[in-house]
Design a protein around this ligand. Structure first.
Ligand SMILES: [Fe+2]
Ligand SMILES: [Fe+2]
Length: 366
């Protein structure tokens, strides 16, 4: 007998979502830039099984430079350096797969939101484009899952990310879906993919992230081009609502007060890898200054200031009102030393969005 079942052991309870479906009887192109993006997307399709060298084993030696998303460089601590190479690798691969698992789960969310957008957006060009994105996201889910299984095992989703995905799937407003997914979640993801792609020296991971980041830069472009067309048609109240939706999403994902579960997951990974958490924490605490200094030297603006806020600005969703809120929550998380006290000053330091995101994503970090 087959063990196929319509209810699987690994699925979540159903989430009720609201989505208004729109038929569109005009099949001609109305938004040229979206039609162009759709054509570009169909031309850029790749096949994970054919185009990625999956036979290659993961190169442990070259994995070391891969950023693991920590706010402190624990691999520079004297305790870490005293560990046998085998233990260092055991921890590295767990931390990496923990981070990649959240990329993977985010991709599943993107897959479902993109499929919703096919139904919910009113313009034919936008429906066509969302259909190509749905295909892209399925491929990203496939490829990340395959890489993580080669590296370690798939770890559970971070609660903050799950919260944003739920909210974006649940809203009945397609513009909020676009802002939540294409601008905030994908903006943050694109920034992290770029970081990881440029810094990792592990060849298979670099190859994978090159393909994925190229697709993601198109997804981001879809959000920017579509939303910046929509915003001028909104009244003040609608625009405020959209701004607040973006703000809440960014706040939830970045806020370190939501990071308690993150920290306990990381501690559990240390223990799994055979590391004494007390010794590691002591070492990190004693050497805190040097460890953060190292990180500080290469410090850039970070994903919200460096990418999400510039995107919102380009879309017409960064009023002075909402900028104040961004400044406040970033200050609460990263301190006045980095953010300054003055909101005008903060606004002056928001960089322009790169003209060509695809080139930016695959270019050198600076
Ligand atoms: Fe994706
Ligand atoms: Fe995407």
């Amino acid at each position: 007998m087959s063990d196929f079942n319509v209810v699987t052991a690994t699925q979540e309870p159903e989430l009720d979502t609201a989505m208004k479906v729109i038929y569109q009887w005009n099949y001609d192109s109305e938004v040229d830039e979206l039609r162009n993006l759709y054509v570009k997307a169909t031309e850029a399709q790749w096949i994970s099984n054919r185009d990625i060298a999956w036979d290659k084993p993961i190169d442990m030696e070259r994995f070391a430079a891969t950023p693991l998303g920590a706010s402190i460089a624990i691999d520079q601590s004297s305790y870490w350096k005293s560990l046998p190479r085998e233990t260092q690798w055991e921890l590295t691969r767990r931390l990496a797969s923990f981070r990649l698992s959240n990329f993977l789960h985010g991709e599943q969310g993107a897959l479902m939101v993109a499929a919703q957008l096919v139904n919910a957006v009113p313009h034919t060009d936008a429906k066509f484009y969302a259909a190509t994105q749905t295909m892209d996201e399925a491929r990203h889910v496939e490829a990340f899952a395959r890489y993580i299984e080669k590296l370690d095992e798939i770890r559970p989703i971070a609660p903050a990310l799950k919260h944003i995905l739920d909210g974006t799937l649940q809203t009945d407003d397609w513009m909020k879906k676009l802002v939540g997914m294409q601008i905030v979640v994908e903006g943050l993801a694109l920034y992290s993919f770029r970081d990881m792609r440029n810094l990792t020296e592990e060849p298979l991971l670099k190859e994978l992230l090159t393909y994925i980041a190229r697709d993601e830069s198109r997804h981001h472009a879809y959000g920017v081009q579509y939303i910046s067309r929509c915003v001028p048609c909104l009244n003040e109240a609608q625009r405020t609502e959209l701004e607040d939706f973006a703000l809440e999403a960014a706040r939830t994902l970045i806020d370190q007060r939501n990071q308690q579960t993150f920290f306990s997951s990381v501690l559990a990974l240390w223990a799994e890898a055979g590391i004494d958490p007390v010794e590691m924490l002591n070492s990190v605490r004693n050497e805190r200054e040097e460890l953060t200094q190292d990180l500080g030297r290469g410090r850039r603006l970070g994903p919200v200031q460096g990418f999400v806020i510039p995107t919102l600005k380009r879309c017409g969703l960064l009023s002075e009102r909402v900028a104040k809120h961004y400044h406040e929550f970033l200050k609460a998380n990263f301190g006045t030393r980095i953010l300054g006290d003055d909101v005008q000053e903060f606004l002056r330091h928001i960089p322009d969005l790169p003209e060509d995101t695809a080139a930016w994503v695959l270019g050198e970090l600076h």
